[in-house]
Design a protein around this ligand. Structure first.
Ligand SMILES: *Cc1c(COP(=O)(O)O)cnc(C)c1O
Length: 392
């Protein structure tokens, strides 16, 4: 019988016998790694992918986290980097050269677009943004010089679910690599390699860390060969996560299953409550049966996290501010995936280039934390009263 995810979350990347019986992999702090002989030092490059050579390339703590995430996500191996944004830029850069072309979803996390438009463009790599609902139609956008298709599903602001298997199959038929920003799905709720993806990105900062107190990124690869390409590139650029952050992320990973199920349960309750409110035009959450991405989500995901969007019918920023500013349990701040609830405004129309965002209403992005769901609903209900008063 294959090992179930909850068992993997607890056991992956741990080796108490090798660490004096200590339950958690310890924090190894290292720059220099010592070798017993001149010959061993001279030959160290041979153990570049299997052992320790220098702190920059990883320590046992980094490797423990990488192994655990790769096992849970179902990939071959993983490279840990210092932020989710770094994981994105490494994947976008490692496989391209001047004159190449990449395809990126129009629904991508804003800094992903900025990296393509500002950095890659400067080095002669052209980006075409595609409709997140393109599916197998992606084939028509692949050019002879297309190297990579970069997906994010669902989009972390607008929540369109992509037909990842269809896009991956079209890419594979043309020898094009695929990458997926799988931060929303997490290694638990979306298994990218079963869907045909080559490279998966996690902002470990979010649910893996789970406590809003660290920055980390992880690139998981479908094969050993892709792992070596990413590993080499990350070392060449010089990105290196702190072992302290890796330790904390591993600690977070152990409880990912229980946390996510609670985030999902509360988010569903609140999303349904919001969908019934007269002030709400639409809730953008693939777990809701009438969401346009629901069928794909049901097919490709094992669950939903606590992040969704809500389109308010009002156009008044001042009225929305009255709602949001007075919330007691929802913080106003970037990022998500911690134990606490958050809300921020989103302005997707400003960044779309493939398909304009025309849906009317004011978009709020909510992260439902581990507070009591009814307390959160009461907080929002009071917020809607302030919204009404501000509009009266
Ligand atoms: C936050 C986020 C990132 C970037 O992660 P950082 O660790 O904050 O750099 C990447 N992708 C998605 C979808 C995110 O939400």
């Amino acid at each position: 019988m294959s090992i179930q995810d909850d068992t993997l979350l607890v056991s992956a990347g741990r080796d108490p016998a090798a660490n004096h019986g200590v339950v958690n992999p310890p924090i190894y702090r290292a720059s220099t790694i010592l070798f017993p002989t001149l010959a061993a030092f001279k030959n160290r490059k041979q153990q570049r992918y299997t052992g320790l050579t220098y702190g920059l390339h990883g320590t046992p703590t980094t490797f423990a986290l990488a192994q655990a995430v790769a096992e849970v996500e179902g990939g071959a191996r993983a490279v840990v980097v210092s932020s989710g944004q770094s994981a994105i830029s490494m994947v976008l850069t490692a496989f391209v050269k001047a004159g190449d072309h990449i395809l990126v979803t129009d629904s991508a996390y804003e800094p992903t677009r900025v990296y393509c438009d500002v950095v890659l463009a400067r080095f002669g790599v052209e980006t075409t943004y595609y409709d997140p609902r393109v599916g197998a139609g992606i084939a028509a956008l692949i050019r002879p010089n297309t190297r990579l298709i970069f997906m994010e599903s669902p989009g972390s602001l607008t929540f369109e679910v992509q037909d990842v298997p269809a896009i991956a199959a079209a890419a594979r038929a043309r020898g094009v690599l695929t990458a997926l920003d799988n931060t929303w799905g997490t290694p638990l709720y979306c298994k990218p390699f079963r869907l045909g993806v080559d490279l998966s990105i996690q902002a470990g900062t979010k649910y893996i860390a789970g406590h809003s107190d660290l920055m980390l990124g992880i690139v998981t690869t479908a094969t050993e060969e892709l792992y070596r390409r990413v590993r080499d590139f990350v070392s060449q650029v010089g990105d290196c996560p702190s072992p302290e952050e890796c330790y904390l992320a591993l600690r977070g990973l152990r409880t990912l299953g229980v946390r996510l199920r609670r985030h999902e349960q509360s988010a569903l309750k609140i999303a349904r409550w919001l969908a019934d409110r007269p002030e709400v035009a639409r809730v953008l959450y693939p777990a809701l049966p009438d969401d346009p991405g629901h069928a794909l989500w049901k097919r490709d995901f094992g669950g939903a996290c606590g992040l969704f969007g809500v389109l308010l019918r009002t156009g008044s920023e001042a009225a929305v501010a009255a709602l949001v500013d007075g919330l007691r349990w929802f913080g106003i701040g970037a990022s998500w995936g911690g134990y606490e609830s958050l809300v921020i405004p989103g302005y997707p129309s400003g960044s779309r280039t493939a398909v304009p965002w025309t849906e009317p209403g004011f978009l709020l992005r909510m992260h439902v934390g581990l507070e009591d769901a009814d307390d959160l609903i009461a907080d929002l209900a009071a917020g809607f009263q302030r919204l009404a008063a501000a509009q009266a």
